[in-house]
Design a protein around this ligand. Structure first.
Ligand code: TYD
Ligand code: MG
Length: 451
């Protein structure tokens, strides 16, 4: 069958149809279909098979290169992979442009042709940021360009090893009539960038803005098109920035990288174990420190629980940085197996520092923090806790128990409430261990410590 030479692409959802219609069959939007040339100009695709053996040399040649920031290399799984496309998402003003300009300068200084293309700022604005960051990179090329075709031409002309596109919401593929930032444009531009990256072995870092309320309509759509997705996070009042890999085709996902925003750009925080410990000198009810292994290394993080007598309707369960469903399960387990009655209370839990904890080691400390709030009895500031809690009220071990204890001791903590199966034969000398097997036992241990 002859292939059509045009297809119709929906400017709203990016869906394709072969015939023009008034309504997009994929998303139901009216008058959103635009004609464009079919890929391959209607000719049948000719793909030549390649023996695996012949590709092995090429795969080996694709050595990673450093971004100049070891915390970023860590999140990427050991550096930038040639030909990889990485989406860097985050709220406006969090530091995406700052980070990528620093990376661009360092990669260029290392002798790799690099193009920083911005549809957001003029060359003068980028240059003034570079001056603020004291970046001396004579080999770095800047372009204020929002036409994607133009960006790709420039990158091709200089045989770039690294292309930075800041941001995907401001570039436009000329083939589509829709405005920059529309769903159709976001998708088309990303697809073209992916093709360019794979065809030329050029690594591409794409900035994607994420809006405040977490509506990540734009970048979310692109996640499956790219090789890796990094998200910038921070807490409003903090100068610390966390970069999390939520997807990584070339390395472990869920790694975390830590930075601090300073007057002269983003600086790496190489030993982040205690950066989230901003506890006041006086112990407060409802606060407890846990040792998490989030992001691949031990971190001491303060958990805050607040229980308050419910005013009306159904009790509220709000979790910031933790899974709310798991919180509901823990409340049930703590009620049934340790008599912690919170059915008449609103429950709020917060992870200080704007970090998200996905592992289960926060189970036990959250229950202890909520009990401390309910009973209005602070725990001593030198106490930490970690452990998973099961539906039968048992406290289960978590991976890397010894490593967590050593980090707690290194940061000056004196007491640890932990799963019995995590208690090592030899604990750090300065640390008193309180191993427990049941939630009720853990609550008793915490009450004995209470100040
Ligand atoms: P920016 O990288 O422009 O954010 P994004 O690209 O994610 O929108 O960062 C902007 C903020 O960072 C701005 O509030 C100023 C601040 N900043 C510093 O504190 N120090 C610096 O060296 C730079 C360049 C920016
Ligand atoms: Mg920016």
């Amino acid at each position: 069958m002859a292939r059509p030479s045009t297809v119709f692409v929906c400017a709203s959802c990016g869906g394709e149809t072969l015939k023009w219609q008034g309504q997009c069959p994929a998303c139901g939007e009216w008058n959103s279909l635009e004609s464009r040339a079919a890929p391959h100009g209607g000719k049948p695709r000719t793909v030549r098979p390649v023996p695996l053996q012949a590709t092995l040399g090429a795969a080996h040649a694709a050595e990673r290169f450093g971004s100049g920031l070891s915390e970023l290399d860590r999140v990427l799984g050991g550096g930038i992979v040639p030909g990889a496309v990485v989406l860097v998402g985050g709220e406006p003003g969090i530091g995406k442009s700052t980070l990528l300009l620093q990376v661009a300068a360092q990669v260029a200084a290392g002798g790799r042709p690099t193009l920083y293309a911005s549809g957001e700022e003029s060359v003068a604005q980028i240059a003034s940021r570079a001056a603020r960051l004291s970046l001396a990179a004579p080999a770095l090329t800047l372009a204020a360009e929002s036409a994607l075709g133009g960006v790709l031409e420039l990158a091709q002309a200089q045989a770039a090893s690294l292309l930075i596109v800041d941001s995907i919401q401001t570039v436009q593929a000329e083939e589509l009539a829709s405005a920059a930032g529309s769903v159709g444009q976001l998708r088309e531009c990303t697809q073209q960038l992916v093709r360019f990256a794979k065809g030329r072995g050029c690594a591409v870092l794409i900035v994607g803005h994420v809006t405040k309320d977490g509506a990540i309509a734009g970048p979310k759509l692109l996640e499956h098109l790219v090789d890796a997705v990094l998200y910038f996070q921070s807490e409003a009042t903090s100068r610390h920035r966390i970069i999390r890999a939520t997807k990584n085709r070339y390395g472990p996902a869920h790694q975390l990288g830590f930075f601090a925003m300073t007057g002269t750009g983003l600086k790496e925080v190489r030993n982040p174990a205690a950066i989230f410990l901003a506890r006041g000198a006086t112990p407060a009810a409802g606060s407890l420190v846990t040792v998490t292994r989030e992001g691949g290394r031990p971190l001491l993080i303060e958990l805050q629980g607040l229980v308050d007598r419910m005013r009306f309707g159904a009790p509220r369960r709000v979790a910031q940085g933790l899974d709310a469903n798991r919180l509901a399960m823990l409340l049930a387990a703590a009620h049934r197996h340790a008599g912690l009655a919170l059915q008449e209370h609103d429950v709020f839990v917060n992870v200080v520092g704007g970090i998200e904890i996905a592992e289960t080691a926060w189970d036990l400390p959250v229950i202890l923090a909520l009990a401390s709030s309910l009973e209005d009895r602070p725990l001593p500031p030198g106490a930490v806790a970690f452990g998973e809690v099961g539906l039968t009220g048992e406290v289960r071990p978590v991976p890397y128990g010894e490593e967590r204890l050593h980090e707690a001791a290194a940061q000056g903590f004196r007491t640890a409430i932990l799963p019995k199966d995590n208690a090592p034969r030899r604990a750090p000398d300065s640390l008193t261990l309180l191993p427990v097997t049941q939630v009720a036992e853990a609550l008793q241990a915490a009450r004995r410590l209470g100040v």
